[in-house]
Each structure stands twice: as C-alpha cells, then as structure tokens.
Ligand binder design. Structure first.
Ligand SMILES: Cc1cc2nc3c(=O)[nH]c(=O)nc-3n(C[C@H](O)[C@H](O)[C@H](O)COP(=O)(O)OP(=O)(O)OC[C@H]3O[C@@H](n4cnc5c(N)ncnc54)[C@H](O)[C@@H]3O)c2cc1C
Length: 262
C-alpha cells in the first residue's frame, strides 16, 4: 500500500495574532510544530504499512522551515519526506494550497491512499483535504474515526457524525481525513530521531510541479481578506427571573419597549 500523508507546520499555540493591515496570521516568533491532527494521519498510515507493507511518504507545502515538521514525521517512521516550496506559492489560500498539494502528490507518482488531518489548528478551515481529493479527481471521506478494512482495491471506514457514525466504502485510490479518535500517535524513538536528523528532504518547486502559474500563490487565490477583527465583548444585558408566566410577561414588555412588537 503506497500512502501519502499531507502534513502542515503550524504555530504551536491557538493564540495566534492577526496582522490588522494584511489580515494574515503573524507566524514569526511563535514556535512551529507538526499540526496535531496530522500526527494522527501519520500514525494511521504507519499502522496500515505495518500490516500490509508499502511506503509512507509525507508531503507539505510550506517555507523551508517546514522541513522540521517533515523530520518529525520521519522520526515517527515515515519513509520519505517531500517539501513543496517556492516563492511562487506565497499567499496561497485553501484553493491554491489544495491545487499545489495535489500537483505535488501527482509528481510523486503512483499512490493508493492519501491521508490528511481533519483540520489545521491555525487556518482551521478543514478544506484542504477535500480540496486535494477533488483536484486529484479521487473519492474522499472526511472525519474518519476508524478504518474497518483496507484491501488492494477498496477501503471501508467509519465517519464520525454528530449523532454516531456512518460506515462508508470507497474504491482506492482515495483520500481520507482523520479525527483524533482514530488512534494514539506514537512517540518518536531515539533511532527514529537519529534517522530523521540525517534524512534527505526532497524539494519540489513550481517548475517541478508543471503547474499552471496562474493557479499558484496569491494570484491563484480567490479568497480576499477584507478585514479581520476581534469581535467586541458584549456588555450590559439583563437577566430576568421568575416563573414561566412572569418571564413571558417581562419578555413581552422588553420586546415592546424595543419596538419589535406593539
Ligand atoms: C488570501 C490568503 C493568503 C494566505 N497566505 C498564506 C501564506 O502566505 N502562508 C501561509 O502559511 N498561509 C497562508 N494562508 C492561509 C492558508 O490558506 C491556509 O493555512 C492553508 O490553505 C491551509 O488551510 P487550513 O490551515 O485551513 O488547513 P485545513 O484545511 O484545516 O487542513 C486540513 C488538512 O489538510 C492538510 N494540509 C493543510 N495545509 C497543508 C499544506 N500547506 N501542505 C500539505 N498539507 C496541508 C493537512 O493534512 C491538514 O490537516 C492564506 C490564506 C488566505 C485566505
């Protein structure tokens, strides 16, 4: 089973500040880590490989420093790491990111399964996994909490829902995004860390992807951040108490005072 895991390097905190002028996240001076949901994705890929054989390749689109997230995945046990990096990718929104990552996966050659995290803890959109599947033209299931069965040609998974789960079967090659209920990611071993230190991180540039330049980076990003702001704290308000008839009377007079009803 040849598995590709998409990973993202993110700030190691959810308290990220936004640049009020550009509307983009301020990523400098914050420690960067492997997106926690992607650790579950790497772990699941390794478990499949341990049962069925094959390879686990990790891939990320990011700046050169995203290499450390790839090394973290190698330390866990991934076989190969690929960094998609080029100034042409700067300013990519989720659409351009999905396009670029899908081109990167295609550049690696044959694959059976692509595994992504449910979402990244900084962008938080959960759009990139489904976007990559769409652009690769393969089926996908998001929010997978368990892989029931995987053979050379198909996959049966449990998809987490608000009120339970669905069982979904899909042909391979396909893509899944995984939730934290799926497994317990392993700690990297000392041997794994040593291997990660020395591992060769392969780079893919825009030219290597043979991509349509108009679909890359800010130019290829249909999303426009018009304004970003922290919502004002709500102040005032009034708590009303009493039994139900009293509450209804008070509520009615309040709504009348506001002029909503006569
Ligand atoms: C106009 C605009 C400009 C932006 N410019 C930048 C910028 O210059 N630099 C920047 O870092 N961000 C930028 N962003 C944010 C960027 O769009 C998102 O961080 C990125 O597209 C991923 O979306 P997400 O974080 O919501 O990931 P999600 O969709 O929540 O991630 C889901 C899963 O997809 C996979 N995944 C996500 N991102 C990647 C990736 N890069 N490589 C491989 N797999 C991935 C992982 O498996 C992850 O768990 C910009 C956003 C906008 C709207």
């Amino acid at each position: 089973m040849n598995i590709v895991v998409c990973i993202k390097q993110v700030p190691g905190t959810t308290q990220v500040k936004v640049n009020p002028d550009t509307g983009t996240l301020i990523r400098d001076s914050v420690e960067a880590v492997l997106n926690p949901f992607d650790e579950y994705a790497v772990e699941e890929a390794l478990r499949i490989k341990e049962k069925q054989g094959g390879t686990v390749r990790v891939i990320t689109m990011g700046p050169p420093q995203a290499e450390s997230a790839l090394r973290q995945a190698i330390a866990m046990g991934a076989d190969e790491a690929w960094l998609i990096s080029d100034a042409a990718f700067a300013g990519s929104d989720t659409w351009a990111t999905s396009y670029t990552v899908s081109r990167g996966i295609r550049a690696l050659g044959e694959f059976d399964l692509v595994v992504c995290g449910k979402q990244a803890i900084d962008g938080d959109t959960a759009q990139v996994g489904p976007g990559v599947a769409e652009m690769l033209g393969i089926p996908f299931v998001a929010w997978v909490r368990k892989i029931d069965d995987i053979s050379g040609t198909s996959l049966r998974v449990e998809r987490l829902m608000e009120d339970g789960y669905d069982v979904v079967e899909l042909p391979l090659p396909s893509l899944i995004t995984v939730v934290k209920e799926i497994n317990e990611p392993r700690m990297a071993s000392l041997k794994g860390k040593m291997r990660a230190k020395k591992a060769d991180i392969r780079t893919l540039t825009a030219a290597d992807l043979g991509a349509d330049a108009a679909r890359l980076g800010l130019k290829g990003s249909p999303t426009q951040v018009l304004r970003s702001f922290v919502p004002e704290k709500k102040t005032g308000g009034e708590k009303i108490s009493g039994d139900v008839p009293e509450l209804v009377t008070k509520l009615k007079s309040t709504i009348q005072e506001l002029g909503v009803i006569k």
